[in-house]
Design a binder for this molecule. Structure first.
Ligand code: S3P
Length: 179
């Protein structure tokens, strides 16, 4: 890692259903960091759920709000940031996060993700007649972006607690090496 980076936050990126929010909360608790979920902030600012933001304003408007929020995050310290699944697809977002956060990607196969998200309906991109095919295509297109994380954590065959433990371990390794 670039020794000039000043890591004061931990950002979790990854596809929908990889556990970013659940793991992020556990990690924040244990590190005594603040927890912030970019989707939650955008929903509370807009005063409506993500499905409605997408339906009424379009995906591009959502991405703009997301990008503006990412810029604000540079001011934070001791925060675990769980990001929306599409956020790192904008290179400016990933670059901005990397200036202040260790970026960790939670990974899972499409089959595992499908097991976790099927039956949920709060994600507009998966409200599709063939949601599994959509999921596979999106994940494949996004893989190159997710792979730009500092650390990749496989969440398959691991409980949320085990993933959180691994995330904390990697964060401590990275931050102690650069103090
Ligand atoms: C999206 C993922 C969602 C949310 C929005 C778009 C995506 O967040 O930001 O529905 O493009 O993958 P989660 O990854 O928290 O589900």
């Amino acid at each position: 890692m670039d020794a000039t980076r000043r890591i004061s936050n931990l950002a979790l990126i990854g596809f929908m259903g990889t556990g970013k929010s659940s793991v992020g909360r556990l990690v924040a608790d244990q590190l005594r960091f603040t927890f912030l979920d970019t989707d939650d902030v955008l929903v509370s600012r807009a005063g409506k759920p993500i499905t409605e933001i997408f339906a009424q304003e379009g995906e591009a408007a959502f991405r703009q709000k997301e990008c503006a929020l990412v810029q604000e995050l540079a001011l934070r310290t001791r925060t675990v940031i769980a990001t929306g699944g599409g956020l790192p697809v904008n290179p400016a977002n990933l670059a901005s996060l990397k200036t202040h956060a260790l970026v960790m990607c939670l990974w899972a196969s499409p089959e595992k993700i499908w097991e976790r998200v099927r039956g949920q309906n709060h994600r507009p991109l998966l409200n599709d007649p063939d949601a599994l095919a959509k999921l596979r295509a999106l994940l494949e297109a996004r893989e190159p972006f997710y792979r730009q994380a500092d650390v990749l954590v496989n969440t398959e065959m691991r409980s949320l607690r085990e993933v959180a433990h691994q995330v904390i371990h990697q964060y401590r390794l990275a931050t102690s090496a650069h103090r």
